[in-house]
Structure formats: C-alpha cells, structure tokens
Write a protein that binds this ligand. Structure first.
Ligand SMILES: Cc1ncc(COP(=O)(O)O)c(CNOCC(=O)O)c1O
Length: 402
C-alpha cells in the first residue's frame, strides 16, 4: 500500500475546472465562457504585436542569458511596473516610499503580500474580502494563516454596488484589518465604485486605519485606459495612505502563462520601504527563490520603449473595445430573441466578466443542454464570446430563464 494512500482527490477548481469540462465536450456548439482569458472574434488566443516585437528584440540580443534574477526580480521591470500603477508624477515614487518586487503574476504577488503581512504586520491578522470575489482570494490568504472575513459588495436587487453596505462593513471592521480592493473590473461582478464612491471608501478605510491591499489584474483592460483604470490606486496613494498592491500582466499584456506580476508596498517613509523590500525578498527567497526572467524582460522592453508602449496601448484599447462591443451585441441579441427580464446590467458592468444573475439551476441548464461553460455563480467571460455566437448564447439564456 502507498504511503500516500490517505491522500483524498482534490475537487475541481471552481474556475479552471470549467475549461476541463469544455475540453471534454464534443458538441460543435460548445462555448467556453469560463476562465478569464481573452479570445479574438475567431475564438483564438491573442499574442499582442507589441509582445511579439519585444520578444523578437529580446531573442536577437546577444547579451541575453539565462542567469538567475535577484530575489526581487528584474529591477527595470519593478521600477516601470510601479510607475505604471502609481503614475509618473507620483510622490510615492519621487520620495522612494515604495518597495516593489517582481511576483509570479497576480496570484504570486498576492500570496507573497499575504505571507509578508502574516509575518510582519502586527496590527491585525484579519483580511476582509468582498462578497463575491475572485474564487482564489480566500484560499490565498487562509494559506498565509490570516483570518479571512467578508464585506458586502454586490447588491442582487440592483445588480450594482452595495455601497452603503460596503462602507458600513468597513467602518465596523477590526481596527487595522487588511481590506482587499479590486482596483478595477471587479471579478466576478464587473461592478466598480464610481470616483465619488471610491472617495467614500477611502474615508471609511481611514476611519478604522484599515490597510488597503489593491488587487490590480486588469489595468487598462477594463476601460481601455491605463490611467482611468489606475485611478483608485492613485487616489489612495496620493492621499498618503500606506497600502499594498498586486499587479498582473496576464490579461492586459496577454502574458497569462509567463506568470508576470509585481508586488508593491507603499510606506510612509523611504527608510521603512527599504526594510520592507528586504523582507519581501526573503519571503520570495524562502518560497521560490527568484522569479522567471522572460516575461518580465518583455514587459520591461514594452514599458521602456515609447513606440512599443504606444503600440501596446492601442492593442489594449482594441481588446477592451471588443469586449464592450460583445456586451452591446449580447444585449441586442437578448432583446431580439425576446428574453424576459432586464438585461441592462450587461451593458453597465465593466471588464472581462458579466455577472448575469443566472441561478445555479439555470447555469446547469446552460451547460447540460446548451453546452455553454460558465462558472456556477452565473459569471460569463465576455472575452470568450464572439459576435457570431451572441445569438446562440441569447437563445440559451432565454431557455434557461423561461
Ligand atoms: C481579481 C483577480 N486577481 C488576481 C488574478 C490572478 O491572475 P494571475 O495570477 O493569472 O495574474 C485574477 C485572474 N483571474 O483569472 C481567472 C478567472 O477568474 O477566470 C483575478 O481575476
């Protein structure tokens, strides 16, 4: 008998497991609206031209090698990622009050940030996550030994933000607790606070001395505008709050499998930032030693070359615009098939996902009868939809809600 006899089978992942079901399906009409990965109108993955050109330059450079990176990753990548997030004129950057290291995409950056808080943040071990949130948030912070609690975020009745509930929960939170905030394009709801609401959330955070931890997985991908999608982060940083930020280049640069991200800690003084950076590096050292090189080098080339940066912004807006167009086309198709109910939330939501409001039983009908693969909470990835498939999807939704 194996010494691992007692190991139980792990359940399928709530998100990545959807793709496994899609792959196993042989129906020609099948639709994968599960995992948040961009697809072209033809349903194919997209490698950005700016990424191809950066990669070409990288591979053509005779000085390129495969040496280890430092524990903190590629210095230029870290500097440029912090600039992308906080903005070129940021006082945080000018005063050297950020500690920024390369992370294993957004997930790895969140995890290293959680480990750092678990070891060094003494004011509270409570982490507040929105309800609902990205399926992995809870697991990441629980595995760091932190106590995960929830705050209200989505209001079913309006299919919008439960702003009053959110602020009330933040004001009732344990003093000094960490609060996870989606910087833009909230996953799974696609519902973001307005600029005025962000100011109210900042005031609530301040009133309990909470520690904001921004999760920025979609900067530029939501609205097509990097600065607009970075506005909440900059509001808090420019207001002088200390905070953490996890950045991912999976979606906005299409570098999913390269696992490219960054973790920043903003402190009130540069000396603290230096000490924090040294400890972030040790967390990385004891977890995976040092990060991979290739993807970070691609990002550094794009962010440092004005021509490639401009090219990237054009392509980024192209992806965002296609998703926005999918929202309109699906809404129109639902009208055309006479689907009962108000579907205007599909137009109002932002980013990769639409939180349809379909119940578990309705989602099961979508998958079992119509071969539409989506998450059980009713989320569909608009990035996985094509104009040609909107009619079919509208018929499936109509059948499921009627
Ligand atoms: C809010 C949020 N944070 C963090 C991440 C982490 O992304 P990564 O580790 O790939 O950078 C993601 C990516 N999720 O994409 C899978 C899905 O929800 O279908 C995310 O949505």
């Amino acid at each position: 008998m194996s010494v691992f006899e007692a190991v139980p089978q792990a359940p399928p992942d709530a998100i990545l497991g959807i793709t496994e079901g899609f792959k196993a399906c042989d129906n020609p009409n099948k639709l994968n609206l599960g995992v948040g990965a961009y697809r072209t109108e033809e349903g194919k993955p997209l490698v950005l031209r700016a990424v191809r050109e950066a990669e070409r330059r990288l591979l053509a450079d005779p000085k390129q090698d495969h040496e280890y990176l430092n524990m903190g990753g590629l210095p230029d990548f870290c500097r440029l990622s912090a600039q992308l997030a906080f903005g070129e004129g940021s006082a945080v950057l000018k005063e050297g009050r950020n500690a920024t290291i390369q992370g294993l995409s957004g997930t790895g950056s969140l995890r290293v940030g959680g480990e750092f808080l678990s070891r060094f943040y003494t004011r509270s071990k409570v982490v507040l996550i929105p309800t609902p949130t990205w399926a992995n948030h809870r697991f990441i912070f629980e595995k760091c030994g932190l106590e995960v609690r929830q705050y209200r975020y989505f209001k079913q009745e309006t299919r919008g933000l439960d702003y009053e509930g959110m602020v009330e929960d933040l004001k009732a939170a344990p003093e000094g607790a960490t609060v996870i905030l989606h910087a833009c394009a909230h996953n799974p709801t696609g519902v973001d606070p307005t600029p005025e609401q962000w100011q109210g959330i900042l005031d609530a955070v301040r009133s309990r001395s909470l520690l904001p931890f921004f999760d920025s997985a979609y900067q530029g991908f939501a609205s097509g505008d990097l600065d607009r999608d970075g506005a909440a982060i900059r509001l808090f940083a420019d207001a002088g709050l200390e905070l953490l930020l996890a950045q991912s280049y999976a979606k906005n640069m299409g570098l999913y499998g390269e696992r490219v991200g960054a973790l920043s800690v903003v402190t009130s003084d540069a000396a603290a930032a230096k000490r924090v950076e040294s400890q972030l590096k040790m967390v990385a050292r004891h977890m995976y030693s040092n990060p991979p090189k290739h993807g970070a080098a691609i990002v550094a080339i794009i962010l440092s070359d004005p021509e490639l940066f401009a090219q990237w912004k054009v392509e980024l807006k192209g992806m965002a615009d296609r998703i926005i167009s999918m929202r309109q086309q699906l809404f129109d198709a639902l009208q055309q098939v006479g689907c009962p109910g108000d579907w205007s939330h599909i137009l109002k939501q932002i980013g990769m996902f639409s939180y349809t409001g379909l119940t578990k039983a309705q989602v099961e009908n979508m998958t079992n009868k119509w071969h539409v693969y989506m998450t059980m909470d009713g989320r569909i990835s608009m990035a996985g939809l094509s104009g040609a498939k909107c009619g079919y999807l509208a018929e499936a939704i109509k059948d499921s809600v009627t």
